[in-house]
Design a binder for this molecule. Structure first.
Ligand code: ZN
Length: 280
């Protein structure tokens, strides 16, 4: 495939990812997804200052230098203040090619509570492993002059968040929660990152319901460990492999869903072109 075709395909998928994450409640007007440029690893791409559902064409996307999170085009339109989440993760981890950041409300209890950690509670969340999901706290990184709004609005905060993922060239964590804010997940490719973001949200919802029924049934010790069983080490690894083997199936469904929903517009989508010309 020529470089230009590779880029067009990547941009098409990135626009779909924006729509899919909105359609599945991972992002609302806030939250964002980025990819590393498919043929230039020193650049990453994400949409400009707009709600993810409204992204529709390559002109809505901004290319940034991984090294600085400055736009490649000095005249680029306004971008996200939190692009440093993406830039610093891409800078630290050469193996990461997609980053999703979300404030999904199902996850929020686990970034507020200091009592109940989030854990993978069912097979679709095997990518979280078997331990408690790490929580990044921005507060110790604030200086006197900083506006304490929890946003990752500069490289210093981005570096600190990226460090929470641990590991060397490859991050140890696939998802990190952000205290009083949301979560960020990473992957080697876009489909895996979208899948992880969606199932992080669903896992949080399931865990909350499991804790609720445990309490209603007389559980008296809510510590995230006793009232339900998270995945074991072996189960986490096995489920991770299983889900990544079959993630192409939900991806095709998710694309179809957003292609048929008139809220979303993707000028690079062949399906949309067919619908518009009446050729199906
Ligand atoms: Zn945020």
């Amino acid at each position: 495939m020529a470089d230009s075709d590779t880029l067009t395909t990547a941009l098409r998928d990135l626009i779909w990812a924006n729509h899919i994450l909105h359609n599945h409640g991972v992002v609302d007007a806030y939250g964002h997804v980025s990819i590393r440029h498919p043929t230039d690893s020193s650049v990453y791409i994400m949409c400009g200052y707009m709600a993810p559902a409204m992204v529709s064409s390559p002109s809505d996307l901004i290319h940034y230098h991984v090294s600085s999170s400055d736009p490649v085009d000095p005249n680029a339109k306004k971008g996200y203040s939190e692009r440093f989440i993406h830039g610093e993760i891409f800078r630290r981890f050469p193996s990461v090619n997609c980053v999703v950041h979300s404030h999904a409300e199902e996850v929020l209890p686990y970034v507020v509570s200091t009592q109940v950690p989030m854990r993978a509670v069912y097979h679709m969340a095997g990518f979280m492993g078997s331990k408690s999901v790490k929580v990044f706290d921005i507060d110790p990184h604030y200086r006197l002059e900083d506006q304490r709004d929890m946003l990752i609005r500069n490289a210093r905060f981005g570096v600190a968040l990226a460090a929470e993922f641990g590991g060397g060239e490859k991050p140890e964590e696939t998802v990190v929660l952000m205290r009083r804010h949301g979560f960020t997940c990473v992957a080697e490719n876009l489909v895996t990152a979208v899948y992880r973001a969606i199932y992080t949200r669903i896992n949080a919802e399931v865990q909350t319901k499991a804790l609720t029924i445990a309490r209603l049934s007389g559980g008296d010790e809510v510590n995230g460990q006793g009232e339900f069983e998270g995945l074991t080490d072996g189960q986490g690894e096995g489920c991770k492999i299983m889900c990544e083997t079959y993630q192409d199936k939900p991806w095709r469904l998710w694309v179809k869903e957003v292609e048929r929903n008139p809220l979303y517009d993707n000028t690079l989508s062949p399906g949309l072109l067919r619908l518009r010309t009446g050729n199906s």
